[in-house]
Design a protein around this ligand. Sequence first.
Ligand SMILES: *Cc1c(COP(=O)(O)O)cnc(C)c1O
Length: 333
Amino acid sequence: MMKQADDFERVSLGFFPTPLERLTTLGDSLGITLDIKRDDYTGFGGGGNKVRKLEYLMADACRKQVNVVITTGGHQSNHARMVAAAARKFGMKPVLVLRGHQPETYQGNLLLDKLFGAELEFLDPDGYFTQIEGAMNAHADAAQARGEKALIIPLGGATPLGALGYVRAIEEMDAQLKARHQLPPEVIVAPTGSGGTLAGLYVGARKYWPDTKIVGISVSAKAQWFQARISAMAQDCADLLEWPQNWTPEDIWIEDDFVGTAYGVPSDGGIDAIYRVAQAEGLLLDPVYTGKAMHGLISLVEQGKISAGSRVIFVHCGGSPALYPFAQTLLEH
Ligand SMILES: *Cc1c(COP(=O)(O)O)cnc(C)c1O
């Protein structure tokens, strides 16, 4: 029999269910019915989408009686910040290997990393992808040499187990919509950085909402790369649920026109979206993920790739601590 996401061990970190709210002004101006899933309000450690994944990943860490949790991310990584908070909650030491140079001032997520007492190592951006595995392994080896047990959580917590967090998110939204006698959305739009969120949303939607399309707006890599990675992760996640699937990369819908210059560099379209949503709805997005994803949503509606009149859910994955380090860029725009 197929397993449920609820059958897997989980620690309780976030405040669930997160709100699902209607954005009337923005939705009307776009000609769609727009709801937003407020996963910026998962609450724990400053909140964001990684909390759902970490409920599963930290249960694994607790079961393994880990002393040190090691992970990685960009300079302003929300994921790394939430891992640091989660490690502390369970008496573990967080080690974060971040892509970027040692900063002069610790702002935004870097400040929070410091408050959580994380050990930080900075890797030169150019050598990052060749050095990251070795750097994290070196921290694990050092822990072991001290007689401690270490666990490495991959970039973005993007594992089949972590993705179960977003299968649960679909279950949660399904219950919210049923309670309001509303139909499932035709389209879900979410930012895509490591792909774990999209993989979980995809599995959950195939399970509960077979007619719903899941659109990932890339904030970093090319569509092809994500399609291969996410279809594989989704299959592995379905395997965990003992629900074997034959999904292919073509099944995964990724838009890669909204990255801008690079990951972590605010784009003009993304900043426009931040201002538009702030002034239409009093709602904050961030320049690294959700602003770019909203730029994608708006453009897909304008291009007709999301049809007029559609029911759409935008997944707000958090990230507002990253607004402040970009103050100058946002104001000069
Ligand atoms: C990590 C993150 C994402 C991307 O989620 P993935 O599961 O890594 O694809 C989107 N938005 C915010 C704010 C994030 O921190």
